[in-house]
Design a protein around this ligand. Structure first.
Ligand code: THU
Length: 138
């Protein structure tokens, strides 16, 4: 049976994570909360760098924290983003780099992306966000 995702809880974890974003350059804060199959949640926020290219998106911070702790099975990620000091009103979907990175650790059709639009949870699968994904054949 498919496990029900508590979208509200996951979004509230992403909102907490967003408070820690380090964004001296863009001023745009993002929070992410990654849910494992056994119910653990790993949070991430975006962390920018003055030399730009090492800047990290919230989603990849959450993923790196989870992978480095040995997690392998993921169900969903919640993402919220907005300019600093503003409440997130618009949906915030993962950037292309994060879509690709996530795709390498999940089954695209079985991984849910949750965001919020005007206070309402909106969901889709990663497959919908990244059709015909690049797959590296080993
Ligand atoms: N950002 C994320 O954290 N996740 C995304 O999926 C899109 C963009 C961050 C990167 C940068 O710090 C800021 O948002 C503006 O692009």
């Amino acid at each position: 049976m498919e496990k029900k995702i508590d979208e509200k809880k996951l979004l509230s974890e992403a909102k907490e994570a967003r408070k820690n974003a380090y964004v001296p350059f863009s001023g745009f804060t993002v929070g992410a909360a990654l849910l494992t199959k056994d119910g653990k949640i790993y949070r991430g926020c975006n962390i920018e760098s003055s030399v730009m290219s090492p800047s990290l998106c919230a989603e990849r911070v959450a993923l790196a924290k989870a992978i480095s702790e040995g997690e392998k099975d993921f169900l969903a990620i919640a993402i919220v983003g907005a300019p600093k000091d503003e409440e997130a009103k618009d949906a915030c979907y993962p950037c292309g780099v994060c879509r690709q990175t996530l795709s390498e650790h999940v089954k695209l059709s079985a991984f849910t992306v949750v965001t919020e639009e005007n206070g309402q949870a909106v969901t889709c699968t990663l497959e919908e966000l990244l059709p015909r994904a690049f797959v590296f054949e080993k």
